[in-house]
Design a binder for this molecule. Structure first.
Ligand code: SAM
Length: 310
């Protein structure tokens, strides 16, 4: 055991042969988790200052789509949405889980005449960067989108966006609550665009070993990550990814989980409607192949805020 952990290359080989319990005897295979156990896992530490600095570096790396999409892809997405949004939405924008301001900057580059923009993000470095580069009228709040009501007391937005699969970070109850808040904060006729990962086409139970000679999102310096993915539930409702970091400068291996909730279009339509939206369009997201094996292409779900009773 000691020898295996002090030798990440051997640990990686043992992991590929025998799974996680070959390296950590007694640790349960990921696929054996129940949905409530998956829901109880600590999410990715987006809020953590050190993690957030590393995440910011990844966001700003224009060679990868890992944290934020490349500028040309963001521009293509805005182009796809523009004819629809610009004709029907007041450009007063609410953007929960907005990232470091790259979508907002792309709106300005695309010539959108944004009158008001409020972004919310949980990453401290992310929000600092966004504020440092904010065009006039763009405002960023630091906090959890689940506390949207406290973070953004303003109302009467014309457009709300959940971009780059952030919708799928929220479990059912949290997502219902978030959609209801957004529904309250938009004007009648306001538009809500949410990008959603495609539904899972089957079950996954996979593992890989990644070697990072120069550091990654999860640690500085050379390290190895034992990476596991599994779908949980029957039918599968959540994808859990467990990353065990070996050989970083920390004494004990660190374990991170990414928990991605899967929603069918039917389910989302029901949730949108409950929150006061009519679905007006479902658009395929260009070149947005998800990194979840077996996931079908992503979609933008576009909803319009129903008129409130007079
Ligand atoms: C994949 S990035 C997407 C960023 C941006 N939406 C985009 O389209 O490029 C996910 C973002 O969600 C933020 N995030 C994750 N959970 C959050 C939460 N509960 N509340 C607010 N922001 C959150 C992260 O800090 C990160 O900036």
């Amino acid at each position: 055991m000691e020898t295996l952990l002090s030798n990440p290359a051997q640990a990686g080989a043992a992991f590929m042969r025998g799974g996680i319990s070959a390296v950590f005897p007694g640790r349960a295979p990921l696929a054996s988790l129940s949905v409530p156990e998956a829901a109880a896992l600590a999410p990715m530490p987006y809020h953590d200052p050190v993690f957030s600095e590393r995440m910011l570096r990844l966001h700003l790396d224009t060679t990868t789509d890992e944290a934020s999409r490349r500028p040309e892809l963001v521009a293509a997405h805005l182009d796809l949405l523009a004819p629809f949004l610009l004709s029907s939405a007041r450009l007063e924008v609410l953007h929960p889980a907005c990232g470091p301001g790259l979508i907002a900057e792309a709106m300005v580059r695309a010539g959108w005449e944004v009158k008001r923009y409020v972004g919310v993000d949980i990453g401290p470095a992310t929000v600092r960067h966004a504020r440092d580069h904010a065009p006039p009228g763009f405002d960023y709040r630091h906090g959890d989108a689940r506390d949207l009501e406290q973070l953004v007391p303003e109302r009467d937005f014309g457009l709300a966006m959940l971009t780059y699969e952030t919708l799928n970070l929220f479990a059912h109850a949290d997502l219902r609550e978030l959609l209801a808040r957004v529904g309250d904060m938009l004007v009648d006729g306001g538009i809500f665009v949410a990008e959603c990962r495609g539904p899972l086409a089957g079950t996954i139970d996979q593992r890989r070993v990644h070697r990072y000679p120069k550091g990654s999102l999860f640690a500085d310096g050379p390290h190895v990550i034992l990476d596991e993915w599994a779908t949980i539930g029957s039918p599968p409702t959540v994808v859990v990814r467990r990353m065990t970091v070996l050989g970083s400068s920390r004494e004990r291996p660190e374990v991170y989980h990414s928990v991605i909730w899967s929603y069918s279009i039917g389910e989302l339509s029901g949730m949108f409607e409950e929150a006061g939206f009519d679905i007006v369009d479902v658009l395929a997201v260009p070149e947005a192949a998800s990194d979840v094996p077996d996931a079908v292409g992503n979609v933008f779900v576009v909803g319009r805020r129903r008129n409130r009773p007079a």
